[in-house]
Design a protein around this ligand. Structure first.
Ligand SMILES: [Zn+2]
Length: 366
């Protein structure tokens, strides 16, 4: 039996597929008087994108293209660049410190974030051209300046006991953190972060640098002091910010993230957090999750920095590193991948499903 034949690709019915025959129908109750659709996706530029990242970005554009035709509404896309993700790490005084990807210099004299964003931009330009969907990149630095984001962070800080129970169930510490103004090292776990004072409109926070001692910031809607957040805190405050932006622009906000954020995370962190901030459930952005690309064992195919060296040695390098992908499979391989991902939103059974790395390897070999 050969595995790479169409007869051997199965789509057993799963949950949502039982109740809808098109993806568009899921959004109909939310579209009402909306004048457009705004897709949002994000990633940490901590390496060149690998296949899993590329298929997530493609899924975002494919959903945009599909919804534009289904609702006959204009679609635009924003990519949230998470250059605040960790680049360099070190332990000092028993505390783990990190420097962000935006503050960590690479070999070529520019930050790691700027270095890796080059290949992300290539992917965006290519997909934007193919779909005619305009895109914009929003850095974390710009996102954290948004008044709605800061207002919601403040609200979480003011109710930190309640929020820490589900944003940080292990140690109950909400990661409000900010870099030392002199050397840019950040106390990763917020162990030295102190709330010096707060009222309804603002909070004064302090943190300690192992070299330069204590430093402070003011968190308020109007202050411009940079504030870093870890993933759960950002996810909740970001979701709330998108709700307000959608209300302002009268667009349906649609988030598209990797499938590993679906399920318990989405329920317990995202939906739970936003409704506790006071936003009604029906106002939440509609959230899609791209199919997970799995390795042979069913684990998420990860960036090589999260698994041991040579973990994916058995695969062609083109599937691991985006730069090598183009070298291996050419633009025609990239187009073949796009045509595959593009077909997913057309049929719920294809979108609400995962795919193995072997599936792509066989597909690209044809
Ligand atoms: Zn310092």
């Amino acid at each position: 039996m050969t595995l790479n034949t169409h007869e051997n690709i199965f789509y057993p019915p799963v949950g949502i597929v039982h109740i809808t025959d098109t993806v568009g129908k899921l959004l109909e109750p939310h579209i009402a008087e909306k004048q457009g659709i705004h897709i949002n996706t994000s990633a940490q530029p901590n390496s060149n994108p690998h296949l899993g990242t590329v298929t997530t970005l493609m899924t975002a554009f494919a959903i945009g293209e599909y919804l534009r035709s289904y609702f006959n509404l204009p679609v635009r896309l924003t990519f949230d660049q998470l250059e605040n993700a960790p680049g360099e790490k070190q332990t000092a005084d028993g505390i783990e410190y990190q420097k962000s990807l935006g503050d960590t210099m690479g070999d070529r004299g520019i930050s790691l974030a700027n270095e890796y964003m080059k290949s992300f931009r290539w992917v965006f330009d290519f997909l934007s051209q193919l779909t005619d969907i305009p895109y914009k990149i929003c850095s974390y630095d710009d996102f954290q300046k948004k008044p709605a984001f800061r207002r919601n962070l403040l609200k979480i800080l003011q109710n930190k006991e309640q929020f820490s129970s589900f944003l940080s169930p292990t140690d109950k510490v909400i990661r409000f953190r900010f870099p030392c103004p002199k050397c840019r090292w950040v106390d990763k776990s917020s162990k030295t972060t102190r709330i010096l004072s707060f009222d309804e409109d603002h909070a004064v926070l302090s943190s300690r640098c192992f070299k330069h001692g204590e430093h402070q910031i003011i968190l308020s809607e109007k202050s411009s002091d940079f504030i870093d957040t870890n993933t759960p805190l950002r996810d909740v405050a970001k979701g709330a910010t998108l709700i307000e932006e959608g209300q302002h622009s009268n667009e349906l906000m649609v988030m598209c993230d990797g499938g590993d954020w679906a399920g318990v995370w989405n329920m317990q962190v995202f939906c739970n957090g936003i409704t506790r901030l006071g936003y009604p459930y029906e106002s939440l952005p509609f959230r899609f999750f791209s199919p997970i690309i799995t390795d042979w064992s069913g684990a998420k195919f990860s960036k090589s920095l999260y698994v041991k060296a040579h973990a994916y040695e058995y695969l062609p390098e083109g599937l691991i590193n985006f730069e090598k992908f183009i070298e291996f499979y050419g633009k025609s391989g990239f187009l073949q991948l796009w045509e595959e991902v593009r077909s997913w939103p057309e049929e719920p059974k294809k979108l609400f499903r995962n795919y193995s790395i072997d599936y792509f390897q066989l597909m690209l070999q044809k």
